[in-house]
Design a protein. Sequence first.
Length: 135
Amino acid sequence: KPTGYWRFPVKVNGENRALVRYAVEDGVWQWKGFGAAGLARELEQMENGQSKKPLSGKILRDYKLTCDYIQFNIESKSKNTLGGSFIPTANAKKIMELPSDPTGETNEYGLSHIQQLRSTFLERKSDKQEGEPHE
């Protein structure tokens, strides 16, 4: 479900340094936050062709797991659906324990695959917590 938040890169000397977050409330853009320096740098690296993929400029945020995916190769014709493929950020790979490709290629996932990986990860995490001793 869309949050209505939009994040824009803050550039200093031509380099992404952070992301600023805005939302439209009552027809007026309102400032909502500032930060995400690591994500801003990673987005810039992808934009500069290190991912070799045409980016859409959209970031899919998983608030429960606090990680992001960068959208590229848009296939959906509807503004309200997320089509195309997504590249997990370094943080998403770390949190969800996604394997690294030894060739350096970036793995890409469709939205349904991300949802499946997320469900599997949350189930594993829940199973681990149930097996831990309680004090």
